[in-house]
Each structure stands twice: as structure tokens, then as C-alpha cells.
Write a protein that binds this ligand. Structure first.
Ligand SMILES: Nc1ncnc2c1ncn2[C@@H]1O[C@H](COP(=O)(O)OP(=O)(O)OP(=O)(O)O)[C@@H](O)[C@H]1O
Length: 621
């Protein structure tokens, strides 16, 4: 294998496929021996490096075109094999063949076989020989490049850095056997975009490039040779005429992109074939030419296989394909062996390998140890997690117990106050809190036919129940509308928590009750009234009643008092002493009809109470 580079023209061959649609009238005169094709109707003769007629076997084609390039690649040079031609003319058939095994195997499969055959033989004969082979598979579809080895249709970016073309984002798989390599190739085939057209049941709608990158390392005396070479197989999409394919919609759009790419490729080839050395060519304008820059007049051994129809109806495309081939023949590539030679001492290198082996085994031991430690830690972690869970549950139970105990304590604390009551029967409905319990008794005050309502400011109001007269400590309050009875305090800061348990604290305030005549019956503390009313029952002597009132200690805050059913003999004079002693109180006496007249007369004779206070005597009904 020649390590020196020299300028070599692109090898250009034609492969003629059997007549399309079963016709057997060829429009071409094919001479495989002279490597010429004459296009009768155009009166043109094309001379190529090789011409393969329809009887040429895939094996002959491989041996003539591909094998020499594969050999060069194994020696460290880059190589590219293109298939170019009209749609349905046999490009995919030539590159891939119909199957991955058997006689119709295409160029790619045969090349892979050959590469592994060589590399395995080298490994066997030279224990110091090393290699790494990687594959990637890219397609250019509608001007964008995609990775065929990534099933999610990942796009890739084609970048150039100096002499290097970089395919950013493309997956590269190391392959160590024919089977592994073919598996990737077949996966890529499946992902390639194809569609049925009138010219081809499975027409490629993209340009596909299968790439193999080979790195070999061999020792020559005291030198280490590192060689890197690439082999590209390019199956281009076929040129199409709308008049022949009758494509519409998406197919037509694809055809437009395919034709544009091929036109650009032909233009690059035409310019390359005539341009002077070093002339600037805009490869980057098209993903296809950008990607294949090296293969089109650069560091690569390139062969172009043009595939053609021989039917007369396709003669114009055949002629233009052959014209492309003619231009390709004029383009020269300069392939060099891509080699890096290091002067490393072999003994030192061997010692290094030995050291690396030893390092490796001690590392393996360390890894094993770490694995065991990891397992133990994981076990411990699992145990800890179980323990934490258990503790958390215990904590929850304890917390609930503490909360319960705290609540009980607080309740007990509140219950110590005489004017404080914890009510557990408040309920919430329609956006309001309420207590509804006819006959309810709070602080010794009895409520009948009445309900409680609680305002948003947490005040408790008494209200009539269903148009009935409310009865408070047996005083009928027919016009009772809303009566502020108590201030309600929520005993704990987090009221939501406690309202959930329906626990409220009621704190008694001054209470004013209207009697049935609309007259206020005011009492300092209602439990005092309870005490008074207890003393003044109907069964006791009215004389005693008045006397006892006078004897009682004064109620400094008592504002109002109502006495019901006062009978004859009640000592008004004595009661007046009570009014004088209790300096804030106003009073309403209710007498039987019989004694009303006399009571009123006695009353007239008594001195007036100071302004702001009153003493009424009315009939008791
Ligand atoms: N030399 C040949 N001998 C026998 N059959 C062939 C030959 N060339 C092509 N064919 C058959 O013709 C059909 C079209 O071939 P193929 O798909 O390779 O065309 P193509 O150039 O890749 O088309 P497109 O550009 O539309 O993808 C296939 O069924 C293939 O088997």
C-alpha cells in the first residue's frame, strides 16, 4: 500500500440496469470491453473507466470498483464510493443489494466482509496489531442532515474545522464483528426515508452516507504507527422529472430538494473539473457537498458509479447522468495516508502495558471492594429508612396525644373562670356559626324558643326562633330581634384547629333584655337576676319580698329590674327604699288588675326618681 500521495482522477464507471417495465428495446450501445456507451438518439459516445451491462454480477462490480478502494482504506487512506443516477436506475441496488447475504449482496456489505477478513487475519498474525472500527450513518433529507442510527430522527450539524469535517451530534458505534456492523447498517436502512413512486416501489427520498472510520496501531521496530482512515458509501437520491413520476404534494417537494442538491453537486463537479488549482468552491452551500468535500477533489480515493436506464423514454436523463460521469472523470483527488508516527520505545511501551495491566487488576479489586461497601451502605440506608418511618409514626401518635392533653389542660384552665363557658355544640352552616338548642342554659340563664347566632366578629347574638316569643329567664321577649349576649373568644390561637372540634369560649358581658312591652330589662350580671328571681316566687309573701329586697346588699351595677305578678299587700314604700339604695336601677312592676289602681295612687305620692331612671307600674296580663 502506497504511503505517498499522488493526484488521481475520480474513477467513474457506469452500470446499466435491465430495461424498465419489461421492454427490451435499448436506446444505448454498450461496450463493456471498450468501456463505452453510445447514446443513439443523441449521437453521443461516452468513455468511462468501466461500463457494466445488465449481465454484470455484483461480485464483478465489487472487485473492480470497491475492493481497490477498501484496500487503500485499510492502508490508511480515505475512500468514497458514490452511486449517482436517475430514480429507479439501481443506486440502492448497487450499494446495498437486495439482501445482506447471497449473490445480490451490494458493495457496502461486501466491503464490510472484506475489511473484517483483513483485520482479523492481521490480528492473528501480528499480536501487537490493534484496531478500532466505528460506523455512523447519516442522511440528508430536504437539505437537513439526520442521524439514521438514532431512531428518534436526531438532526446533526455539519461543521468544518480546518481540513476536518465534523458531524456534530452523530452517533458513532464501535463495531467488532461483521454481524455487529451489519446490524447497525440494517437499522439505518430501516430509518431511511423512502416512498413508493411510479418509477420505484421503494424510492429513496434522501441521500444516505454510511461511514466507517478505521484506526489501526502497529509497531514497526521502535516506531508506533497510528493510522486513521474513513470509508464513505454514498447512495444518492435519484434525479426525477415530474413529467415521468407524476409526483405531487410531499413527494414533489422532496423531488425539488433532491434535484437542487444534485444540481449543486454537478455544479461543484463541473467547476472542479475545469477550475485551476486552489480555486475557491462553495461546498458549504449544500449539506451534501459540505459533508463530502474531501471526496470531491480532496483527501480521498473516490469512485463514482453512475446507474442508468437504457429505455428510450429516459434517454435525456441517461445522457445527463453520463455527462455528470464525464465531468467526474476530470476531477482529481489527492489521497494521503493519514498517519501519526510516534517514536516510543517498544520496551518502555511494553512495560507501560504491564503497569497498566497491574493497575487494572488493582483497580478491579478496588471496584469490587467499593461495590461491597456500596451494598452495605445501601442495606444500612434501607434499615435507617425503615427506622425513620417507624419513628415518624410514633412521633405522630405522640403529637396527637400531646395535643389532646394540652387541649384538656387548657379546657380545665378555662373552666376555672366563673363567667366562662366552653361550648361544644356550635355548628357551621351556610357561612354562619350558630347554636340552636331551645331550652339551652348558659351561666344559669335559661333560653327558650331562641337561637344563637355568631357574627363574623365572634359576638354571640340571641335571636327569636321562628316567630315565637323568646323566653329568657322566663321573661317573654316578643320583639327580641338581635341581642348581644356574650363575647366569644376562641380559646386557642389556631382557631381553625379548634373550630374543627367545635370548642368555643363564651365570656359573659352585660345583658339588656327587652320585655314584651319593649321596655328594657337590664341586669348587671344575669346570674344575679337568677338569684333574685329565685327569691321572688309567687308562693312567697309579697310583704316579705319587698322587705328582703331592701335587706339585700346593694347591686351597684344593676340597671334595670322587672317584677311580675305583684299582688295586693306588696309594700311599695319598702320597695322604694330598695330603689334608693340601688342607685342605678330602673324598675317595672306588673300588678294584677285588681291592685293596679291602688298601687298607682301610692306611687304618685312617692318622690320622683332622678332623671334617667324610671319606675313604672303596669297591669300584669
Ligand atoms: N442491475 C439491476 N439488476 C436487477 N434489478 C435491478 C438492477 N438495478 C435496479 N434494479 C431493480 O430496480 C428497482 C429500483 O432500483 P433502486 O431502488 O436501486 O433504484 P434507485 O436508483 O435507488 O432509485 P431511487 O433513486 O428512486 O431510490 C429495484 O427493484 C431493484 O431491485
Amino acid at each position: 500500500m502506497d504511503a505517498l500521495s499522488k493526484k488521481v482522477p475520480i474513477k467513474t464507471v457506469a452500470r446499466v440496469r435491465p430495461c424498465f417495465n419489461g421492454t427490451n428495446q435499448s436506446s444505448l450501445i454498450i461496450d463493456s470491453i471498450k468501456s463505452t456507451i453510445i447514446v443513439n438518439s443523441k449521437n453521443k459516445e461516452y468513455h468511462l473507466d468501466n461500463v457494466f451491462d445488465e449481465n454484470a454480477t455484483p461480485e464483478t462490480l465489487y472487485e473492480t470498483i470497491a475492493q481497490p478502494i477498501v484496500d487503500e482504506v485499510l492502508g490508511g487512506k480515505n475512500g468514497t464510493i458514490f452511486a449517482y443516477g436517475q430514480t429507479g436506475s439501481g443506486k440502492t441496488y448497487t450499494m446495498n443489494g437486495n439482501k445482506v447475504n447471497g449473490k445480490t449482496r451490494g458493495i457496502i456489505v461486501r466491503s464490510i466482509d472484506s475489511i473484517f477478513e483483513y483485520l482479523n487475519a492481521r490480528l492473528k498474525n501480528d499480536p501487537q496489531f490493534k484496531f478500532s472500527l466505528k460506523c455512523s450513518y447519516i442522511e440528508v433529507y430536504k437539505k437537513r442532515a439526520f442521524d439514521l442510527l438514532q431512531t428518534d430522527g436526531a438532526t446533526v450539524n455539519i461543521l468544518s474545522s480546518g481540513e476536518q469535517i465534523i458531524i456534530e451530534g452523530a452517533a458513532e458505534f464501535v463495531v467488532t464483528s461483521i454481524e455487529e456492523c451489519l446490524r447497525h447498517l440494517q437499522n439505518g436502512w430501516k430509518n431511511r426515508k423512502t416512498a413508493k413512486t411510479s418509477m420505484n416501489r421503494e424510492s429513496s427520498r434522501s441521500h444516505a452516507i454510511f461511514m466507517l472510520t478505521l484506526v489501526t496501531e502497529e509497531i514497526n521496530g521502535t516506531f508506533v504507527n497510528l493510522r486513521t482512515s474513513c470509508l464513505n458509501f454514498v447512495d444518492l437520491a435519484g434525479s426525477e422529472r415530474q413529467s415521468q413520476t407524476n409526483n405531487t404534494g410531499e413527494r414533489l417537494k422532496e423531488a425539488g430538494c433532491i434535484n437542487q442538491d444534485l444540481l449543486f453537486l454537478s455544479t461543484v463537479i463541473r467547476i472542479k473539473s475545469t477550475a485551476k488549482e486552489g480555486a475557491f468552491i462553495q461546498y458549504r452551500n449544500c449539506s451534501l457537498t459540505h459533508l463530502l468535500r474531501d471526496s470531491l477533489g480532496g483527501n480521498s480515493i473516490t469512485a463514482v458509479i453512475v446507474t442508468i436506464h437504457q429505455n428510450l423514454e429516459f434517454v435525456n436523463d441517461t445522457d445527463s447522468t453520463l455527462n455528470f460521469a464525464k465531468n467526474c472523470k476530470k476531477v482529481k483527488n489527492e489521497a494521503k495516508v493519514n498517519e501519526a508516527v510516534s517514536t516510543k520505545d517498544v520496551e518502555e511501551w511494553k512495560a507501560e502495558i504491564q503497569r497498566a495491566k497491574e493497575d487494572k487488576s488493582s483497580l478491579m479489586e478496588e471496584i469490587q471492594q467499593l461495590k461491597e461497601e456500596k451494598e452495605q451502605m445501601e442495606k444500612r440506608q434501607r434499615e435507617n429508612e425503615d427506622r425513620i418511618l417507624k419513628l415518624q409514626n410514633e412521633k405522630k401518635t405522640l403529637k396527637a396525644e400531646v395535643e389532646n392533653a394540652t387541649r384538656k389542660l387548657e379546657l380545665m384552665e378555662f373552666e376555672k373562670h366563673e363567667n366562662v363557658l366552653l361550648v361544644e355544640s356550635l355548628c357551621y352552616s351556610n357561612g354562619e356559626w350558630s347554636v340552636w338548642d331551645p331550652g339551652y342554659k348558659i351561666f344559669g340563664i335559661s333560653f327558650e324558643h331562641s337561637g344563637f347566632q355568631i357574627s363574623p366578629q365572634w359576638e354571640l347574638f340571641l335571636a327569636n326562633h321562628q316567630n315565637l316569643s323568646s323566653v329568657v329567664n322566663r321573661i317573654t321577649c316578643s320583639n327580641l330581634k338581635v341581642l348581644k349576649l356574650f363575647e366569644i373568644t376562641i380559646p386557642f390561637s389556631d382557631y381553625k384547629k379548634w373550630t374543627g372540634n367545635k370548642i368555643f369560649l363564651l365570656r359573659l358581658v352585660d345583658v339588656i333584655v327587652n320585655d314584651e312591652n319593649g321596655i328594657k330589662v337590664g341586669i348587671d350580671k344575669l346570674w344575679n337576676v337568677e338569684y333574685l328571681s329565685h327569691k321572688f316566687t309567687d308562693n312567697e309573701s309579697v310583704h316579705e319580698m319587698a322587705q328582703k329586697l331592701v335587706e339585700l346588699e346593694p347591686f351597684p351595677n344593676l340597671l334595670s329590674l322587672g317584677l311580675l305578678n305583684v299582688q295586693d299587700g306588696f309594700d311599695l314604700q319598702a320597695f322604694y327604699q330598695f330603689l334608693k339604695k340601688n342607685t342605678k336601677v330602673s324598675c317595672t312592676l306588673k300588678c294584677s288588675k285588681k291592685s293596679l289602681k291602688q298601687m298607682k295612687e301610692t306611687h304618685k305620692k312617692m318622690p320622683q326618681l332622678p332623671t334617667g331612671r324610671h319606675f313604672h307600674i303596669v297591669e300584669y296580663k
